[in-house]
Design a protein around this ligand. Structure first.
Ligand SMILES: Cc1ncc(COP(=O)(O)O)c(C=O)c1O
Length: 381
């Protein structure tokens, strides 16, 4: 097998293959993809249209100082860092997806420190199972082994539930809260435990918070604030978070995100970026500044999701095993056979949903578990 075949098809390609021969006479509703349907704020088109200069210039790789400042200020304000350590660095990314990918690449260059014993196993990158396919895909492209930590059965594991050998081999763990697809919110104690273990066993803990602004009632915590409150000398050591304007500002098309945390890691990411191709165009950097500085449009967008949470929580209240949606974008329904349900929804109603197993590391799923179709219900206008 060629190494690239280990990547397998992307989940949406698997879905296309699953449904391609099944006719549906209904109007099609695509509930598979986490693409926002709420209109972006008017300031986006306005700000981009006003950018008629500088198209001859290469944008700076670490972003303009103004953009870095706007992202830093947003993180401090949103995650209530006043009075706490704020000496984290921040870097613009082309969506949080780019940051997730680059972090996996980074593990190729991070030797474990001398006081951490490594076993003979390959490097390991851990992630929730099921999860966003980019985590496992990036790990494979980086030549790492994947460790899929099962969340279907219950809460996301804490590091003390893992073998010491595994922790010794771990280079990176992706956390996701609110989680795609389950909608789970990680408890602070779990995040703290991962930060402590990352420091002790010398691996990166990367918290994907790209759904952090979509919540029912209470603003969710971020890893930077949790790390800062732990009060250690170097609170952001080994710690990074990812966020983006894709869901927060309904601007997935802008490809504007951020990676923030441990200055040493951000520095290494910049080094990789100086050889790789992606830079955010200056006009989009300026637009991103305007978006990070504005919360009014975020409230309007959030209200839309909150209305959909109420609706879906009411509609599915009687469904066995249903957990009310509290955050994020997805309805995650418990069924006995996600493939059959996906085909049925398509055939009988024209609804495209994504079988949960397409977001799993298949070989690590125990037989007999329930599977879940993921419906991006909360993203419907
Ligand atoms: C969990 C998760 N992380 C990251 C991303 C990437 O989002 P973006 O690159 O648009 O910020 C997505 C997209 O749907 C996602 O679901």
């Amino acid at each position: 097998m060629r190494a690239i075949d280990a990547l397998g098809p992307y989940p949406f390609e698997r879905l296309r293959q699953l449904l391609q021969d099944i006719p549906s006479t209904h109007e099609s509703f695509d509930l598979t993809i986490g693409e926002p349907k709420v209109a972006p704020p008017a300031l986006v088109a306005r700000t981009i249209a006003a950018q008629d200069q500088d198209w001859n210039c290469y944008p700076p790789i670490p972003g303009t100082p103004e953009l870095r400042e706007a992202m830093h200020v947003w993180l401090c304000r949103r995650f209530a860092l006043a009075g706490l350590a704020t000496n984290f660095d921040v870097d613009p990314t082309c969506g949080s997806r780019e940051g997730l990918f680059l972090l996996a690449m980074l593990t190729r260059f991070c030797a474990k420190s001398n006081n951490v014993q490594k076993s003979s196993r390959h490097n390991l990158i851990a992630m929730p199972n099921p999860s966003y396919a980019v985590y496992a895909g990036s790990a494979r492209i980086a030549g790492a082994e994947t460790l899929a930590l099962d969340t279907v059965a219950g809460a996301f594991p804490t590091p003390d539930q893992l073998d010491v050998d595994i922790l010794a081999d771990l280079r990176l763990v992706y956390l996701c809260s609110p989680d795609n697809p389950s909608g789970n919110i990680l408890p602070e104690a779990t995040i703290r435990a991962w930060i402590t273990a990352a420091y002790k066993h010398d691996f990166i803990v990367a918290s994907d918070e790209c759904y952090s602004e979509l919540y029912a009632k209470t603003p969710l915590q971020g890893i930077l604030a949790i790390a800062a409150r732990m009060g250690t000398d170097q609170p952001f050591d080994h710690v990074v978070c990812l966020n983006s304007l894709s869901k927060r500002s309904s601007c997935a098309g802008l490809r504007s995100g951020l990676l923030a945390g441990d200055p040493k890691l951000i520095d290494m990411i910049r080094k990789i970026k100086s050889f790789a191709g992606n830079r955010m165009p200056l006009a989009l950097q300026t637009t991103s500044i305007a978006l990070w500085q504005d919360e009014d449009h975020v409230q309007i967008i959030r209200r839309h999701y909150q209305e959909n949470y109420v609706l879906s929580n009411c509609l599915f209240a009687d469904q066995p095993g249903f957990t009310p949606v509290q955050a994020g974008m997805f309805l995650w329904l418990r069924v006995n056979d996600d493939i059959e349900v996906t085909k049925h929804f398509w055939r009988e109603g024209g609804l495209r949903v994504l079988p949960g197993r397409f977001l799993c590391e298949p070989e690590q799923i125990a037989p007999g578990k329930h599977f879940y179709p993921r419906c991006a219900g909360a993203s419907c206008a």
